[in-house]
Write a protein that binds this ligand. Sequence first.
Ligand SMILES: NC(=O)c1ccc[n+]([C@@H]2O[C@H](COP(=O)([O-])OP(=O)(O)OC[C@H]3O[C@@H](n4cnc5c(N)ncnc54)[C@H](OP(=O)(O)O)[C@@H]3O)[C@@H](O)[C@H]2O)c1
Length: 249
Amino acid sequence: MRTAMHTENAPLTGLGAIVTGAGRGIGRSIALALAQGGAYVALASRTVEELEQVRDEIAALAGRAVCIPADVGDEAQVKQLVSRAVEQLGRLDIVVNNAGVGAFGPLELASTEQWDHVMAVNARGTFLMCREAIPHLRQHHPSYIVNISSVVGVKGYANQTLYSASKHAMMGMSKALARELQPDGIRVHAICPGAVDTGLGGDARPDLERAGMISPQDVADAVLFLVTRRGNAVIDQIDIRRASSTPWQ
Ligand SMILES: NC(=O)c1ccc[n+]([C@@H]2O[C@H](COP(=O)([O-])OP(=O)(O)OC[C@H]3O[C@@H](n4cnc5c(N)ncnc54)[C@H](OP(=O)(O)O)[C@@H]3O)[C@@H](O)[C@H]2O)c1
């Protein structure tokens, strides 16, 4: 049961959260937003220095965070990440599966290694994180899994076939798991942004001006909205697009 103290400015006070890919880009913004909301946040990715920087930024805002380096595609490391997070945070209420990599270019030039890597991080990483976290999330109602998918998880873009396949896998997991975990009070959400102003966003859409892209903060705002909502209505998916893009059909 949710036993945390809730205040208007810090509605997540007393809750524990894991954010993967928290060292930079969208994950950094999500981690900062959750910590500013009062959550105690476990920061995960492979680059320790980046995690430590984010932890220090959070501490400067009087928030609480701990660094737990891990490769989300590695089963043993994910098991250790989740158990260390639960041990250090005291409880687990929110998991944000944000860690991700891209693979861009024509399919006929893609290597098998590229396929394996993008699927290992984006698809297997999400699977492993969910599997290990569910027993802990089940202890508290409501609890949340937020999967940072992409517009390419619902649409197809030329030269993004491998990335798109991995994000469609995330969407399939999000949809099925939302149903599977509903009786347990675990809410499963997918967020599908278009081009976001990060290193990965620049690689995916070199044709776009960075200034016109979605900001990482926009995605963090959507995560905060989902994990602070009250009431019974469930929002399965949030689509976020650039102001200058055409609406999705
Ligand atoms: N930028 C966009 O346009 C856009 C649009 C839609 C969706 N997304 C999604 O948003 C998420 C974040 O993307 P971003 O744009 O913020 O990318 P980014 O700036 O490149 O950050 C990616 C993060 O994921 C971590 N990561 C990569 N491989 C990992 C692994 N094997 N294990 C653990 N962490 C790993 C990276 O840290 P290390 O390399 O240190 O591990 C980094 O912290 C991704 O899932 C991406 O697909 C991005």
